[in-house]
Design a protein around this ligand. Structure first.
Ligand code: C2E
Ligand code: MG
Ligand code: MG
Length: 390
């Protein structure tokens, strides 16, 4: 039966090759769509929303690279495989172009494509496959295979001066066979299978330990940990986190919890209770991905947040769309009126940081300031960044 979460789109001018790839994918549980020309491809990207794209680089009358760009411009999250009869160097260059467009490039398939290679490659991008299961995740928690990467969050301490004073902790599953697995893939699994509390406690524990290591090295940083909305339904959670912080002597003021609203909001009075108790215990509370539909205006004024995080999708577009600029400015104003700090996510250039500076955004986070990285690398990156701020 086709899997709603696994949609494969293939474009190749040879219908028989389309069929070969579609059939292999179908037998593995993908829903599939095959097209032979660019216009149909563009329509399919929009309507079919593929999670995997197999793209022929060489088609008469169509340019595979242009289609890669199209995927990039549309911000496609699909994993992309390029196929061609050309030599490995050309395939490698195409992969590089895809990456520079922000695409998740899965690799290249040299024609003629062997069924075995194709299946091995596709298995890697099948969601919920045989290796990423609740049992495997539970075992990973036992074996401590979940790691934390830290991404710097810079604070605007004076006009034009952004000092890194905190980080966001981002979970990564270091899988023995698959390598690093994105949280987008295993957090929903943890939520659905009663593992999210254990996972969050491990992330918090590692983050607090990391803070102590940085402290010892003379680097004082706050740490933000993401909380699944499920945990806001758990009345024992605030006491548990307070105990964990007290055990390692961490000041609650240095710990921030980032929360999104889930589509099916849990009991709002319990959520309010949990969040208020966290604030009373002096933890910071941040409303994450604000403006995306995961976090609403209503939540913002009802719940005791201390920070508003403006979602990447607005920040990324401030120079492409005037409306995005207006949204960002207005969200900062709204935060300030509500006595919250505003943090912009997804800052990828100096220009965007300068814009945020001009509209008095309080905090900024993004690849331009630093990517998520291990604790030791982060220490060096932060020292280097802070030293450059006059
Ligand atoms: P988030 O909390 O909104 O985290 C920010 C995400 O944006 C991270 O993705 C980060 O790597 C990415 N990002 C940061 N700067 C940039 C940039 O300049 N450009 C672009 N394009 N992206 C940027 P990541 O690490 O894949 O995490 C995805 C989501 O998974 C997080 O979104 C968070 O909601 C969730 N998550 C991560 N760790 C945990 C956890 O321990 N518990 C829970 N419940 N959720 C977690
Ligand atoms: Mg977050
Ligand atoms: Mg976010």
């Amino acid at each position: 039966m086709p899997d709603q979460e696994n949609r494969l789109l293939v474009i190749d001018d040879q219908p028989d090759l389309c069929e070969f790839i579609s059939e292999a994918a179908l037998s593995m549980g993908f829903e599939t769509m095959a097209v032979t020309e660019p216009d149909a491809f563009r329509r399919a990207v929009q309507d079919f929303q593929p999670t995997v794209v197999v793209l022929d680089l060489q088609m008469p009358g169509a340019d595979g690279i242009e289609l890669l760009r199209y995927l990039g411009e549309r911000g496609s999250k699909a994993q992309v495989l390029v196929a061609s009869g050309m030599d490995q160097r050309v395939l490698a260059t195409a992969e590089q172009i895809g990456r520079s467009q922000g695409l998740s490039m899965l690799g290249a398939l040299q024609k003629p494509i062997l069924l075995n290679d194709l299946e091995t490659t596709l298995r890697r991008c099948l969601r919920g496959d045989t290796l990423v299961t609740p049992a495997a995740l539970a075992a990973a928690l036992d074996k401590r295979e979940i790691l934390v990467h830290y991404q710097p969050k810079a604070t605007r301490v004076a006009p034009g001066k952004w000092i890194v004073e905190g980080v966001e902790a981002l979970a990564r599953w270091n899988h023995a066979q698959l390598g690093f697995i994105s949280p987008a893939r295993f957090i929903p699994l943890a939520e659905k299978n009663g593992l999210i509390r254990r996972l969050t406690e491990q992330v918090l524990e590692m983050s607090l330990a990391q803070c102590r290591t940085w402290d010892a090295a003379g680097l004082q940083l706050s740490v933000a940990v993401n909380l699944s909305p499920q945990l806001l339904n758990d009345l024992s959670f605030p006491d548990q986190v307070a105990r964990m912080a007290a055990q390692v002597g961490a000041d609650a003021r240095r710990v921030i919890f980032e929360v999104t609203e889930s589509a099916a909001m849990f009991d709002p009075s319990t959520t309010m209770d949990v969040l208020t108790r966290m604030r009373v215990k002096n933890f910071g509370l941040s409303i994450d991905d604000f403006g995306t539909g995961y976090s609403s205006l209503k939540q913002l004024y009802l719940m005791p947040f201390s920070e508003l995080k403006i979602d990447t999708s607005f920040v990324r577009d401030v120079f492409a769309h005037e409306d995005a600029r207006t949204m960002v400015e207005t969200m900062i104003l709204l935060a300030h009126k509500l006595r919250l700090t505003a943090c912009a996510e997804g800052v990828e250039s100096q220009e965007v940081l300068d814009f945020l500076d001009s509209v008095s955004c309080d905090r900024a986070q993004g690849y331009f300031i630093g990517r998520p990285m291990l604790g030791t690398a982060l220490e060096l990156a932060v020292r280097e960044w802070n030293a450059k701020q006059k």
